[in-house]
Design a protein around this ligand. Structure first.
Ligand SMILES: Cc1cc2nc3c(=O)[nH]c(=O)nc-3n(C[C@H](O)[C@H](O)[C@H](O)COP(=O)(O)O)c2cc1C
Length: 351
């Protein structure tokens, strides 16, 4: 079968256009090949995952929350061994920020520092002075404007679908508004994204990349228990729930910090105390103790397995590089399909 040369050239040109589109300015800013960031998994172990994502051309993120300065130094050194000179991020949280740990991160000079849960304030300048790019995560347009005024390099607009702490606005609603509010600062969409359709949608909304937590939690390299990964594989989106009593038991955010509640898979602990808010307040100290103990013993997921609504879309545990490859291929495919379907003449409506 012979195919006319011009048809082949058209196909190559169309393919190149999409590849060029997928390499967004954010990729150049952060020194990565694909616009996919692996979200911090908080206190859960993720060093192998961080390395797998960065080695696949994305941006892996070390979670610094509840880690000592020594632990952070160790994690950064290990990731460096695994990724060579590739970029990765270190994520800190303002719920609460550990000053010594933050200083340890800056001293290690990672390519990217990210922050969540409150106004980034002075931390932006300090990260810049250490030669790092600064990415800030927000749940509302007002928070995005505040962060932009502080000089952040990129903003993660996180919708309520996300695993872990989030606000109340959905990703589809939040992202385009944040894009409009902070342009030309690049926006990264988070919450509810687990495949190429999600990346395509984020790009169409004006975002330049995506920040993915739950899909990478159910990856071969994530250092969390297989029980949790399999629970994600089995879960439907509507199974996830917010921890309503979190304000009583989690460490408080900074004054004026962002409001939000963690999204988790339901456990007996969450179901019981969500139904007994007043009792949870009364027993706050005991509940806090139970959480701390579970964290120290590596079984915090038995109480509060942070998980987003994309659990319903995840049916297999895959290596991170394969997840990234599949997302990129699907994004190209669906963007091309959308472009060709909108290029077709519109069907005539019957009179
Ligand atoms: C297990 C887990 C832990 C998380 N811990 C943090 C954290 O410490 N800091 C942070 O900024 N975001 C944290 N997040 C939220 C992610 O940054 C991200 O916004 C979210 O996972 C994106 O939504 P998705 O879960 O639908 O992919 C966490 C998410 C998960 C699933």
């Amino acid at each position: 079968v012979s195919v006319p040369v011009h048809q082949v050239q058209d196909t190559i040109r169309a393919r190149k256009r999409h590849l060029i589109m997928l390499r967004t300015p954010l990729c150049d800013l952060l020194g990565i090949d694909v616009p996919i960031m692996q979200a911090s998994l908080g206190p859960w172990p993720a060093v192998e995952l961080v390395a797998a994502v960065s080695n696949a051309g994305g941006l892996g993120t070390i979670g610094a929350v509840l880690q000592s300065a020594a632990q952070i130094r160790q994690q950064i050194a290990r990731v460096r061994e695994l990724v060579g000179g590739r970029a990765f991020a270190v994520n800190h949280s303002l719920r609460p920020l550990d000053a010594e740990a933050f200083a340890a991160t800056l001293a290690a000079r990672p390519a990217v520092v990210s922050l969540a849960h409150g106004n980034p304030g002075e931390f932006v300048l300090r990260a810049h002075d250490a030669g790092a790019r600064f990415i800030h995560m927000v749940n509302t347009v007002r928070q995005a404007r505040e962060a932009a005024a502080r000089g952040v390099d990129a903003i993660i607009a996180q919708g309520t679908e996300a695993g872990g702490f989030s606000g109340t606005v959905s990703t589809l609603t939040l992202v385009p508004q944040v894009v409009d509010a902070v342009s030309p600062i690049p926006v990264i969409a988070a919450g509810g994204i687990a495949d190429g359709r999600g990346l395509a949608a984020a790009l169409v909304l004006g975002a330049q990349g995506i920040n993915i937590g739950t899909r990478f939690l159910a990856s071969a390299e994530a250092g969390v228990s297989d029980d949790w990964k399999q629970a994600i594989v089995r879960a439907e989106s509507e199974d996830t729930t917010k921890v309503e009593f979190a304000p009583d038991v989690f460490p408080p955010g900074p004054p004026g910090g962002y409001e939000g509640l963690p999204r988790v898979l339901p456990t007996a602990y969450v179901t019981e105390w969500n139904a007994r808010r007043e009792d949870a307040k009364r027993h706050a100290q005991r509940l806090r103790g139970e959480l701390r103990e579970a964290l120290a013993e590596g079984r915090a997921h038995e109480l509060i397995p942070f998980t987003g609504q994309t659990a319903g879309m995840i049916r297999t545990v895959l290596p991170a590089a394969r997840i990234i490859q599949e997302i990129m291929e699907e994004t190209e495919r669906v963007l091309a399909a959308a472009a060709s379907s909108t290029a077709n003449p519109r069907p005539r409506l019957p009179r």
